[in-house]
Design a protein around this ligand. Structure first.
Ligand SMILES: [Zn+2]
Ligand SMILES: [Zn+2]
Length: 668
């Protein structure tokens, strides 16, 4: 007997191995096996078993098996094939998304825990009740064979603090009681131990929690329990979508606008689209929730592809925070340009009232760059075309792209003058300034650097317990945290994201500012938000002041339409990289030629727009030069066909330096 085996490599094919006599009863479809592939021991998945006939060439034996029972079902294999076609990956790359990395199980600690819910259900308000009823009603209809063509896709748009989570809980409870399984996706950054405990206490069931801090073997044991339906609630980041559910009732994607739902390595899939496919397989409900839905989802709701559900009020009736913009050109600042006197006065006022404050700045480190005042030269990372950031705590320059650290140059490397100047502020510097102004207050920093030194959970807990007065942080503090005592949120520089040369810059700026504003005044008292900016007349910032998502999204849609960006035109980005700029530029020209030929052959003239080739906005990352071509079309199918054609046509040796991304998150 022979087995067709899939290996996690970029080649889109299966490989034949012989099933040795002693394993003949044990080798089954969809188990993991040990094989020798090109003189290396590899893990493979059996996807087919067949008779050995008429082969006159040497076939190697399967060496061992890892599983007794199949890990996958046909449905998952089908979905893996869909992913490889849609996102230009090999079957191995996509099938292995579904395979747990661990080989040996560990006994889960969860079993001994008291599994009674410790937090009682809240009563839904009228708005929530309406939404809940619609969702439940649709769920019932989906199960009923008499109903056909039920739209199972919902976009739940609810302002920050409107109680989306409560609706999730009650839906989860219903569906689990009904004997079905649910998957709840959250951005990885939101999966804090705090949040995890909250879910456990709330749901009172064994939960399959998947996040980056649990081990491979723990993941495997969760995997098996999900497969046997011993675990029916799975919570995790986008990878949790590939849990081996067999009786799926619902998928919930919270903060659906979050970037982390799109994979930035092969397969470059978007979890939202994969979730839709998965829900179709099981006739399951799919709910995407956000206070600031992505423009694509909003547009889909406008076209009735998704059903729009809205929560317009905060759950506890606390009004949304008052947001004020501080134009830095018009306000007096404290010594440094980046903190205005108004901001400091406000902080004082809130501290006197014994309230807590969040300071948001989306830039870690001390200074954002070093520039020479004599010749204007900026110090860049020599591997990436990115200015290096000064980090005071390590007294070094660091590249935020490749992580490289350099000593601070004594003089300008270009003109050799001692005229280097530090520019721009990061979280470290804001911490320094605030400690100087408020020497008796407890001030902490929460960003990727500070959680390396201090415990993630400890900082969050002591902030929650009011042992910290002011917490300064990056995007990490904007997601899903609930700090009832925070009454003031200050944004040091709203323009950082806005100034990034990318088509999503406005959308991301608006989303982050609304999310961070939503941290203020979540208890009884109305919160305040101060946003420092130089661009107070820009609509992405102005709409935050009025907290008007609808106004923002309508203006943004108008601009995207004019410029031919998603959701009106879909994008396929083709990027070529390499250490020799000359050959990168040569290779991308060859690809352009292939694209042009395809368009003529397939009679697609007028149906696609080609932009480039050109240097990518970030010209170099880790010594690799980057050139790209942007292809736009109304039809995503045309883009998929074109991408698949390129994948077949481009020589294998170039593929390592080729990135094809459909619906990219950014074009940097
Ligand atoms: Zn110089
Ligand atoms: Zn670098």
């Amino acid at each position: 007997m022979l087995a067709d085996i899939v290996i996690e490599i970029p080649m889109d094919k299966t490989f034949e191995y012989r099933i040795p006599k002693d394993l003949e009863d044990k080798v089954k479809k969809f188990i993991r096996v040990k094989i020798n592939f090109n003189n290396k021991i590899e893990l493979g998945i059996v996807v087919n078993i067949k008779e050995e006939e008429g082969r006159d060439y040497l076939i190697k034996d399967i060496l061992a098996i890892y599983d007794e029972q199949p890990l996958l079902t046909e449905k998952e294999y089908e979905l893996a094939k869909w992913i490889s076609k849609r996102y230009f990956s090999s079957i191995g790359e996509s099938l292995f998304l579904f395979i747990p990395k661990g080989l040996k199980e560990v006994k889960s600690k969860l079993v001994q825990e008291n599994l009674k819910p410790k937090i009682k259900e809240s009563v839904l308000n009228d708005e929530q009740r309406k939404v809940f009823d619609i969702l439940l009603n649709t769920y019932e209809k989906l199960k009923d064979k008499n109903f056909k063509n039920i739209n199972n896709k919902f976009l739940l748009y609810g302002v920050t603090g409107s109680g989306k989570t409560e609706i999730y809980f009650q839906i989860i409870k219903k569906i689990v009681e009904d004997g079905k399984q649910i998957i709840l996706l959250l951005p990885e950054i939101a999966l804090t131990p705090q949040m995890i405990n909250f879910f456990k206490e709330r749901l009172g069931q064994e939960i399959g929690l998947i996040h980056s801090r649990i081990s491979k073997s723990e993941k495997l044991s969760i995997f098996k329990k999900v497969k046997n339906q011993q675990i029916n609630i799975i919570i995790g980041p986008r990878s949790a979508l590939f849990s081996p559910v067999t009786n799926l009732g619902c998928i919930i994607i919270d903060e659906e606008h979050d970037d982390s739902y799109k994979s930035n390595q092969k397969p470059r899939y978007d979890a939202r689209f994969v979730a839709i496919q998965r829900a179709i397989q099981y006739n399951a409900l799919i709910i995407m929730g956000s206070a600031t839905p992505s423009i694509e989802s909003w547009y889909a709701a406008q076209k009735n592809e998704f059903v729009l559900l809205s929560l317009t009020q905060r759950y506890n009736k606390t009004p949304l925070p008052i947001v004020k913009l501080l134009n830095l050109t018009k306000t007096e600042s404290y010594k440094d340009f980046y903190i205005s006197k108004t901001l400091i006065d406000k902080i004082k006022e809130h501290l006197e009232n014994k309230r807590q404050i969040i300071i948001f700045l989306n830039r870690r480190g001390f200074n954002s760059c070093i520039q020479c005042t004599n010749c204007g030269n900026t110090i860049y990372c020599d591997q990436c075309s990115i200015p290096m950031t000064y980090h005071k705590s390590i007294n070094k320059l660091q590249c935020h792209y490749c992580g490289k650290e350099n000593e601070i140059p004594y003089e300008c490397p270009v003109c050799n003058q001692k005229t280097l100047r530090f520019l721009g502020s990061g979280t470290e510097k804001i911490e320094d300034i605030l400690k100087e102004i408020f020497p008796n207050k407890k001030i902490e920093r929460f960003d990727r650097d500070s959680v390396k030194v201090k415990d993630y959970d400890k900082i969050l807990n002591s902030f929650k317990n009011q042992e910290i007065d002011i917490l300064i942080g990056t995007q990490m503090i904007t997601k899903g945290h609930h700090f009832p005592q925070v009454s003031l949120v200050c944004v040091i520089n709203a323009d950082i994201l806005l100034n990034i040369p990318d088509f999503k810059a406005n959308e991301k700026t608006f989303q982050i500012l609304v999310q961070v504003s939503g941290r203020a005044g979540r208890d009884k008292q109305q919160g305040e938000v101060l946003i420092q900016t130089l661009r107070s007349d820009h609509y992405a910032i102005k709409c935050v002041e009025n907290q008007d998502y609808i106004d923002f999204i309508n203006r943004e849609l108008e601009i995207r339409k004019q410029l031919g960006y998603p959701p009106f035109l879909r994008i396929l980005r083709i990027l070529v990289k390499g250490t020799s700029e000359e050959s990168v530029s040569e290779n991308i020209k060859k690809i352009l030629f292939m694209i042009q030929k395809f368009i003529i052959d397939m009679n697609l003239k007028g149906k696609v727009i080609i932009i480039g080739p050109s240097k990518a906005p970030i010209e170099k990352i880790q010594k690799n030069f980057r050139y790209h071509i942007i292809i736009k079309s109304k039809s995503v199918d045309i883009l998929i066909k074109l991408g698949s054609f390129l994948l077949i046509s481009i020589e294998n040796k170039y593929k390592n330096n080729l990135e094809m991304d459909i619906d990219p998150n950014s074009l940097l």
